[in-house]
Ligand binder design. Structure first.
Ligand code: B12
Length: 208
């Protein structure tokens, strides 16, 4: 675990893949490796960036390392996932103006492993794309990720756009991301808030 944390903190691109593969080799649970190894690493880097002790380039390097490790570990989470019956369909994306993808990808993989068919629209997703995809795919749940105080309002905009398109009653809206709280979710009229991937699954299962 410590190696995983350190490789992210140090932004050690050249060792990233090997450290993630080693975690699988020594039979660490891949989800635990992400949540207890990688996430504390990126959180520590985030705090140092916040204090002004690190440059954005350092943060970007650590995020890149995190992504390389996740590319090894997430498929392993999916591969080991229980084969469960189809539970429902989820559309997931990070709202417009926001390019943070890491948490959303963890949530997406976990939902998939728990029997949801997940369509991940990526990051910086325009409101209209969410609306068009809800029309097209008729999901049970729409998941909106926002990591910044400057982009969380977009979650409200998407909910308003759903209402305007007459789709609000047809889909449950679940919101999450570092900037978001339970109170915010209630305030904007979302159906649920997920603090992390495990919570997201719990809430999603209540809707299907
Ligand atoms: C990594 C990172 C980056 C990387 C992102 C790489 C990538 N591909 O994602 C890079 C370097 C690119 C980046 C860029 C920027 N970042 Co940044 N970043 C972070 C950092 C350090 C970690 C985020 C992360 O991945 N955490 C790990 C994951 C696992 O956690 P998570 O995302 O919160 O997700 C979990 C839950 O929230 C939840 N969840 C997430 N999404 C969803 C969705 C649903 C539906 C549900 C139910 C649950 C859920 O489940 C996840 C799993 O447990 C945070 C600090 C922090 N503490 O969050 C800053 C942070 C989010 N960034 C910040 C900023 C300011 C920026 C920049 C503007 C920097 C700049 N000056 O240019 C740009 C933004 C550009 C843009 N337009 O989006 C600020 C936001 C401040 C604010 N309050 O608004 C933060 C908080 C750092 C800080 N303290 O200043 N960033």
């Amino acid at each position: 675990m410590e190696k995983l944390t350190n490789v992210v903190v140090e932004g050690d691109l050249s060792s990233a893949e090997a450290v993630a593969r080693e975690a699988i080799k020594v039979e660490l649970d891949p989800l635990m490796a992400i949540e207890e190894g990688l996430v504390p690493g990126i959180s520590r880097v985030g705090k140092e960036f916040d204090r002004g002790d690190l440059y954005l380039t350092d943060l970007m390097l650590s995020a890149e390392v995190m992504k390389i490790c996740m590319e090894v570990l997430l498929p392993e989470v999916a591969r080991r996932g229980r084969k469960v019956k189809f539970r429902g369909r989820v559309i997931l994306g990070t709202v417009a103006g926001d390019i943070h993808s890491i948490g959303k990808e963890i949530v997406g993989t976990m939902l998939m492993v728990h029997g949801f068919e997940v369509t991940d629209l990526g990051v910086d997703v325009p409101d209209e794309t969410f609306i068009n995809k809800v029309k097209e795919l008729k999901p049970n749940i729409l998941g909106l990720s926002a990591l910044m105080t400057s982009t969380m309002n977009k979650q409200l905009d998407v909910i308003k756009a759903l209402k305007k398109a007459g789709l609000r009653d047809r889909v449950k809206v679940m919101v999450g991301g570092a900037a978001v709280t339970e109170d915010w979710a209630r305030e904007i009229g979302a159906d649920a808030y997920g603090v992390d991937a495990v919570d997201a699954i719990k809430k999603a299962e209540e809707f299907v």
